[in-house]
Design a protein around this ligand. Structure first.
Ligand code: XMP
Length: 430
């Protein structure tokens, strides 16, 4: 292993990630693990130079008082506790230690080397993945999103053709998105990639369905069915790759299950498809995932891709999806992205997209009355997507985008800019 590691054991603190990031800022890799980790599991982590028992105020997990296995105290590397004093530890802090106290612990007491960087992280993960997977096969749903793309690149580096990627094109992807997944993963990285063209299947299931929740359910449910059908065709798959990142673990509670059943992964696989998980990014934060993707050679456009909802353009083609309006959303979204990039807004604005409502308005084209669709532009900034403010886009940029949409996108005669913050409006329209 290339990197030394400080292990943080979660004894109910809400500050685990703060401490982990503080240690990483010192140049030392740190991982957060559940309080009931066994010494065998600790041995499996290798290069553990120190352990921090992070109990916060009261060492309570799910309403129960918790402690670590007694063997952890005698593990053989320095152990500190950062909660109310416990006599068993060599040293303790009454609150979150400052950077200087952490520096002393990490370097003077644990003698860890500051060798945490993406190159070493990748090498260590590659070694771990090879150890876990052996000569078996791993299946991965590759959506083209940041996390699944980075995990795919990492697994290709580690096990090459033992990784089977499945990309389902549900017809609700942005312009050229499925093509770029194929180009990058199949043509450049030579992945074992199964491309499933499920466009007709999804669009026919969605025909005449106007209710947003119903649309989301159909898209999510159909995705699982397509993925499951592909999984059943394959033989000898023992592992499922997942682009789980640390914030996902926090959101779904603390402990992570090893065997997946339905409901928590890939939107819920059936009970009888059981895989062991391979999750090489699960200790990373979003910015670190992006840095990892760049180090693995993925294009910036893929790594810095803005958030995109699972149901894709389906929730931006409002009401019952029709092919002409879906095309209008896709084309106007592509124009918006191009123009934002040219204006340098692509890195500044958190999320931006277009929406096409399911009604027409009157216009005039070529000296004749027309009755065409409307494109709404939305551009917002947010920290956590819980609330959002609108971007005050320069008038000239908006004018250029409007001109291009009216000229290049068929069936559109009107362009509007959405001025609504969240709340009361949500970021997406459906
Ligand atoms: P709202 O519309 O709730 O969106 O303000 C908040 C953020 O979540 C994204 N979003 C989704 N992401 N699956 C996702 O992975 C979804 O079904 C979904 N719906 C909304 C939305 O784009 C915004 O960034």
């Amino acid at each position: 292993m290339k990197q030394d590691m400080i292990v943080i054991l979660d004894l109910g603190s809400t500050e685990n990630t703060v401490v982990a990031r503080q240690i990483r800022e010192l140049g030392v890799y740190s991982e957060i693990h559940p309080h009931d980790i066994t010494t065998e599991q600790l041995n499996g982590l290798k290069n553990v130079k120190g352990i921090i028992l992070n109990g916060g105020e009261n060492r309570i997990v799910d309403g129960q008082a918790v402690d670590v296995d007694q063997a952890v105290y005698a593990y053989g590397c320095p152990v500190i506790s950062i909660d109310h004093p416990t006599a068993k530890c060599e040293q303790q802090y009454a609150q979150i230690p400052g950077q200087e106290e952490l520096r002393q612990f990490v370097f003077d007491i644990c003698h860890a080397e500051p060798n945490w960087n993406m190159k070493n992280f990748i090498e260590d993960q590659v070694e771990r993945i090879r150890e876990q997977v052996g000569d078996k096969k791993v299946l991965l749903a590759l959506s083209g999103g940041v996390d699944s793309s980075v995990v795919a690149a990492m697994l290709i580096k580690a096990i090459g053709k033992q990784l089977v990627c499945v990309h389902v094109n549900h017809g609700l992807m942005r312009k050229n998105e499925s093509e770029s997944v194929v180009e990058v993963f199949k043509n450049q990285l030579h992945a074992n990639l199964i491309y499933v063209d499920a466009v007709e299947r999804f669009l026919s299931k969605l025909e005449n369905v106007a209710d947003p929740e119903q649309k989301r359910k159909i898209i999510g449910g159909e995705f699982i069915r397509v993925f499951e059908e592909e999984a059943r065709k394959l033989e000898g798959i023992d592992f499922l790759g997942q682009g789980t990142i640390y914030p996902d673990i926090i959101e779904s509670g603390t402990k992570t299950a090893k065997m997946v059943k339905s409901h928590h992964n890939v939107g819920g696989l059936p009970e009888d498809l059981q895989f062991e998980l391979v999750e090489p990014l699960k200790q990373l934060f979003k910015d670190e995932v992006r840095a990892c993707g760049i180090e693995l050679g993925l294009p910036e456009s893929m790594v810095y891709r803005q958030p995109f909802p699972g149901p894709g353009l389906g929730v931006r083609c409002l009401g019952a999806i029709t092919r002409d309006r879906l095309e209008a959303v896709r084309e106007s979204d592509a124009i918006l992205r191009e123009e934002f990039e040219k204006a340098g807004l692509d890195k500044k604005v958190w999320q931006y997209f277009t929406v096409v409502p399911d009604f027409k308005s009157v216009g005039v084209k070529n000296n004749a009355r027309c009755f065409d669709y409307m494109v709404i532009i939305r551009a917002i900034n947010t920290i956590d997507a819980m609330s959002a403010t609108i971007e005050r886009v320069d008038w000239d940029v908006l004018q250029r985008i409007t001109d291009r949409i009216l000229k290049e996108v068929g069936n559109v005669c009107r362009v509007c800019y959405d001025m609504s913050p969240k709340p009361p409006a949500t970021i997406e329209f459906e």
